[in-house]
Design a protein around this ligand. Structure first.
Ligand code: SF4
Length: 753
């Protein structure tokens, strides 16, 4: 790891303890208050938190878990409160801050420190050869960007990245600008997370989204939670799981770790239970699968279920699916013992889980990165669908697929056109509606955008939100790619490492946040789409952090007009009144008819989702069983499989604090969670400082100064946090067909200090 990208010093003061037995409760309440008061103050904080996820409020800038139709007064979780406090902080990063801190100086700071500095107040530029960011007027900033874009040999030399916090209106205008400018280079953060879900589901059920609604959790009698840690990444999901448990549901966790949120949950709004620390046990069975063993495990469970196949919903299978025979033949070709061995789980537990699934009347399968960020990520997702189709658990109440999105509007961005492989029908709609000639050549996704910048094929990087450097794999390689650019631009609310690893020149466009009042031709609201395909409004209530901020739609309109002065598109109209942007979306994207009326209803509206009602939108009109091989994953002596994770004090690459309370890790992030047997076999000891080295295609990558922490994780598997461990993930190591980086499966060895 190059030290001119990210500090890798040995951490002092790390403490470890036992993982927590339950999520939520008093510690969550105290943590919420601490972050709210520390960042926003009591009064400001209380006002903000009483508006988050409310019908007349703003959408939580955290994950994409849906809001219940009947909101409680406190409709947020601990990590939602952290996300709000993080954006609505009173701290400011002004031009004088940048004058005091050179870029080299800032590079030596941790991501936690950078984030804590506050909201950026002015547009900033670092000129070629410059050592500091300096203020620039918006006019000059847009002129610099336009000159650079218009100076390129081809629009395909520019990359336009999107982070999942961007609203529907801004995302739609952004893709329109990019396409009118002449490229489909629209990588987005979904490429790194649920792309395998999108590709896998689209093929087998006809839509790249989940099929369940929040209400289905109360109608399910079985819920599988696969490769997901809801306690930290989607905490309000614990409310739905607790409610399902109280309705008698059975829950099975498939995860290398026994995550606290799936062990027990104390609902912080239940005062007595919180006072008593009385938790609801969540999962009935824990299958601590070997990293990369999910497909083998799912096949093992299905083989056991089919030892008595009377549970198979034969009517559903014959009327609504195809490929069942090939699926059964494929499954029969595997030995149960081999699958059990590859899964790393005990046969007894597999049989317990199979019994629960076989007896299910209505089953939901939820999942996240634990199955998508693998070379066989798409096959993992399709194996889950096989598992659901067997019992007809698709397209009816209480049953279906539930990939849980990690970013508040990542699904919405994709729906309104943020995709490098757009469909012809959408491009034609844009051409017809706006009188442009959208390009048909597919663009770069995230992995290929990095390679294009690294190879000099792309010379401009534009980031609509996000922290591209820290979110992406192969940190040193990505840093070289960004530094290879003529210009890098970031639309941001706060300071992050991507601002510091920049092109020959760089711009920062500070924008309004989700919590802030947005006045254009009068007050405006934006819209977002949650994990379950519900589109709803979000309206900010706080005074903007600075008078110099622009809204994302306004930024797009101004850069479009600066870059294409004669554009026929009414950029100013859409930036002035978001109703106009929504009318345009309604004209170009299926399912948004009467958008402005529908989205003004208190709970917004549901986008079309045929499979939710057993109208499978595949070419054949049927859901597909699939027949995949199972990867071997052989390891040489001393090799281990690393999976990267979030801590509880982190949201994507935003580091709120240095504790991971639920896992018993405090005041440190450069840790490697390792099974005690492996620690012994590797000749290591608890607390020892080590380097991690990844091995891929004859290449080695090194990440120094990690502390060994004994943990309940399957043997030959280790856990680390990102972005610290992203340097170990090879840019060429990505999932088949979805190109999702294999952040959950990296072969490494441990090098003692
Ligand atoms: S569950 Fe997700 S969306 Fe809901 S408050 Fe928490 S972080 Fe925000």
């Amino acid at each position: 790891m190059k030290d001119d990208v990210m500090p890798t010093d040995k951490e002092a003061g790390l403490k470890t303890g036992e993982p927590k037995a339950a999520a939520g409760g008093t510690p969550a309440v105290l943590s919420t208050f601490k972050h709210a008061i520390d960042q926003m103050g009591v009064v400001r904080g209380t006002k903000a938190l009483l508006k988050v996820n409310q019908q007349d409020g703003f959408d939580c800038p955290g994950c994409a878990w849906p809001d219940p139709k009947h909101r409680s007064m406190v409709e947020f979780c601990e990590n939602g409160a952290k996300a709000v406090a993080d954006e609505a902080t009173t701290r400011r990063v002004s031009p004088s801050f940048f004058a005091q801190h050179s870029i080299e100086d800032l590079l030596g700071q941790t991501d936690h420190w950078l984030n804590k500095q506050g909201r950026i107040t002015h547009p900033m530029i670092v000129r070629e050869g410059g050592t500091h960011y300096e203020p620039i007027s918006w006019d000059d900033a847009f002129a610099h960007l336009a000159d650079t874009l218009n100076g390129l040999d081809s629009p395909n030399e520019a990359i336009f990245y999107t982070s999942g916090r961007t609203s529907n209106e801004a995302a739609f205008m952004y893709q329109l600008f990019v396409r009118e400018y002449g490229t489909n280079n629209l990588p987005d953060c979904s490429n790194m997370c649920h792309e395998s879900s999108g590709v896998g589901l689209s093929e087998v059920i006809g839509i790249g989204k989940g099929t369940v609604l929040l209400e289905d959790f109360d109608k399910a009698d079985v819920i599988f939670v696969i490769g997901q840690n809801p306690g930290t990444n989607h905490p309000r999901m614990l409310t739905a799981l607790q409610s399902a448990k109280r309705n008698g549901a059975k829950i099975v966790s498939i995860n290398p770790l026994r995550e606290t949120g799936l062990v027990g949950f104390v609902h912080p709004q239940e005062v007595v239970n919180t006072a008593l620390g009385k938790a609801t046990p969540i999962a009935d069975v824990f299958l601590q699968v070997r990293v990369g063993g999910d497909q083998a495990l799912l096949k093992a469970i299905m083989k056991v279920m089919l030892e008595d196949d009377s549970f198979v919903d034969t009517d559903f299978v014959s009327d609504f699916t195809e490929g069942y025979e090939a699926f059964r033949e494929n499954l029969d070709s595997f030995e149960l013992a081999d699958l059990i061995e590859q899964s790393g789980c005990a046969e007894e537990d597999i049989r317990a889980a199979a019994k629960i699934a076989r007896e299910a009347k209505a089953m939901i399968a939820c999942w996240a990165m634990g199955i998508t960020q693998h070379k066989n990520g798409v096959a993992n997702v399709q194996e889950v669908v096989n598992f659901l189709l067997l019992g007809g658990h698709m397209g009816r109440e209480g049953a279906g697929a539930c990939p849980v999105r990690g970013h508040s509007n990542v699904q919405g961005d994709r729906t309104v056109g943020i995709v490098e492989r757009p469909k012809e029908a959408f491009l034609k709609a844009l051409d017809d509606h706006f009188g442009i000639n959208a390009p048909r050549e597919h663009g770069y996704d995230t992995v290929h955008a990095i390679k294009a910048m690294h190879d000099g094929d792309a010379k401009v990087f534009f980031g609509m939100g996000g922290n591209f450097l820290s979110a992406t794999p192969d940190t040193d390689y990505t840093a070289e790619a960004l530094r290879n650019c003529d210009l890098t631009v970031h639309v941001s609310t706060k300071l992050n490492r991507a601002h510091l690893v920049h092109g020959k020149s760089a711009l920062i466009f500070p924008c309004l946040g989700r919590t802030e009042i947005d006045i254009q031709n009068g007050p405006q609201f934006v819209t977002v789409e949650n994990s379950m395909g519900i589109v709803h409004a979000s309206k900010g209530h706080k005074k903007p952090a600075s008078e110099h901020l622009l809204s994302e739609p306004r930024i797009v309109a101004r850069m479009a007009r600066a870059t294409m002065p004669d554009s026929p598109v009414d950029w100013e109209g859409m930036a002035g009144s978001y109703d106009k942007a929504r009318d345009a979306i309604a004209a170009c994207v299926a399912g948004f008819e009467d958008y402005n009326d529908k989205v003004r209803s208190p709970n917004g509206f549901e986008l079309p989702n045929g499979p939710r009602y057993r109208r499978f939108t595949t070419p054949s009109g049927k859901a597909h069983f699939t027949a995949h091989d199972v990867p071997e994953n052989p390891l040489k002596d001393g090799e281990l499989i690393m999976m990267t994770m979030r801590s509880h004090d982190q949201y994507n690459t935003t580091i709120y604090g240095l504790d991971d309370r639920y896992r018993g890790v405090y005041n440190g992030r450069r840790v490697v969670l390792m099974n005690p047997t492996d620690i012994k076999e590797q000749g290591l000891k608890e607390g020892q400082n080590v380097d991690l080295v990844s091995h891929y295609d004859g290449q080695e990558r090194r990440a120094p100064n990690f502390t060994v922490v004994p943990y309940d994780i399957p043997t030959r598997c280790i856990g680390t946090y990102f972005p610290e461990a992203n340097v170990l993930i090879p840019v060429d190591s990505y999932a088949d067909r979805s190109n999702t980086p294999t952040s959950k499966f990296v072969i490494v060895t441990v090098a003692p200090e």
